[in-house]
Design a protein around this ligand. Structure first.
Ligand code: FAD
Length: 308
């Protein structure tokens, strides 16, 4: 759960809604510059703006910490505007609606993009709860390592979705029929809590951004857990009501992310700790959290099997 990918270049706007600027724009030659107009990636990585996604995201984050403004610029004013409009018509049109001329410069900041971990499944998508199948971003099938390669998630959805269906066809007894007659509501819904839940979601997102974001350390992570506990005390009423349960689930997921990030005292893939900035081979394992058990680890299958 500690491995979270951040996209380096989401458009910076005052609202909480983000829009991602494809990495192909940097591939086309766009530069990243700080508020003083300095091209900072050149000093950080030999590939400059084309360094791996996590390095670019972290570098932008650090650059933002050094200046007052909460964004850097992606500049394209040295490129042919006609070519840019032709190559990226959708991005150009979207940015125009935000009052930004893509052919000049775009204010950007990193944004949470993909959760690498999730509910652990076997290679047919079955979780540790019998007959509970999981696929997609929610699942942890093990294929992503510590840092998903761009575009692999849709493939994962398709492959493991197919496998889960194939397996569940045989696993689930044919006596169970779909349809309303089998459905008894388990929870009540109190719509008056909808607004309260929306506010909780925003606060939990802010806690994760601040305390378990692109750059983490022990103190930040610890404080994050305290802040989440405070949210639990304020929000959860232990009522069999849907917004109560979904809100508590949100807090639990955030806690799982922070607890695994605390346990991994190294930096690897989508997890970066400034107090442990290097990879450490003693941490080559999966961190697993399961209800009723202490947090534990399992070995990583490196795929290095001796075949007969
Ligand atoms: C901007 C962006 C660009 C991306 N580009 C790529 C790319 O180019 N290639 C690639 O491989 N991946 C890409 N990804 C990642 C990829 O899109 C996601 O990993 C993938 O779509 C996840 O699919 P999913 O079905 O698991 O989850 P989702 O697409 O998130 O679907 C989950 C669904 O469940 C619904 N839901 C949630 N809670 C409930 C509930 N309680 N009851 C009922 N329904 C519920 C949600 O409304 C949603 O429809 C991108 C992601 C983003 C954000």
């Amino acid at each position: 759960m500690e491995f979270i990918q951040f996209h380096p270049t989401s458009v910076y706007t005052e609202s909480e809604k983000t829009y991602l600027i494809s990495e192909a724009v940097r591939g086309e030659g766009a530069h990243l510059v700080n508020i003083k107009g300095e091209r900072f990636m050149i000093a950080i990585h030999e590939n400059g703006e084309l360094a791996p996604r996590d390095i670019v995201a972290r570098s932008i984050y650090k650059e933002i910490q050094k200046q007052k403004e909460p964004f850097v610029y992606l500049t394209l004013n040295h490129l042919d505007p006609e070519k840019i409009k032709k190559r990226f018509p959708n991005i150009f049109a979207k940015l125009s609606t935000l009052g930004i001329n893509m052919c000049e410069r775009i204010p950007v900041a990193p944004a949470a993009h993909y959760m690498v971990g999730g509910i652990k499944t076997d290679t047919d998508g079955e979780s540790s709860l019998k007959n509970l199948f999981v696929c997609g971003e929610l699942a942890s099938t093990g294929v992503m390592g510590a840092n998903r390669l761009a575009s692999n998630s849709l493939l994962e959805c398709l492959v493991f979705g197919y496998r889960a269906i194939e397996r569940s066809r045989n696993a689930i007894p044919s006596t169970i029929k779909s349809g309303e007659e089998n459905f008894t509501p388990l929870f009540r819904i109190d719509y008056s809590r909808k607004g309260e839940f929306a506010e909780l979601s925003k606060r939990v997102a802010r806690i994760l951004t601040t305390n378990a974001g692109i750059v983490r350390n022990e103190e930040l992570l610890h404080n994050g857990l305290f802040r989440l506990e405070a949210e639990r005390i304020m929000y959860v009423r232990e009522d069999n009501e849907i917004f109560d349960l979904v809100g508590e689930n949100l807090i639990i997921v955030a806690e799982l992310i922070i607890k695994s990030a605390m346990m991994r005292r190294e930096s690897r893939g989508g997890h970066y700790r400034e107090d442990f900035p290097k990879e450490n081979e003693t941490f080559i394992h999966h961190i697993i959290q399961q209800r009723g058990r202490e947090i534990f680890t399992t070995p990583v299958d490196t795929g290095n099997h001796n075949k007969l």
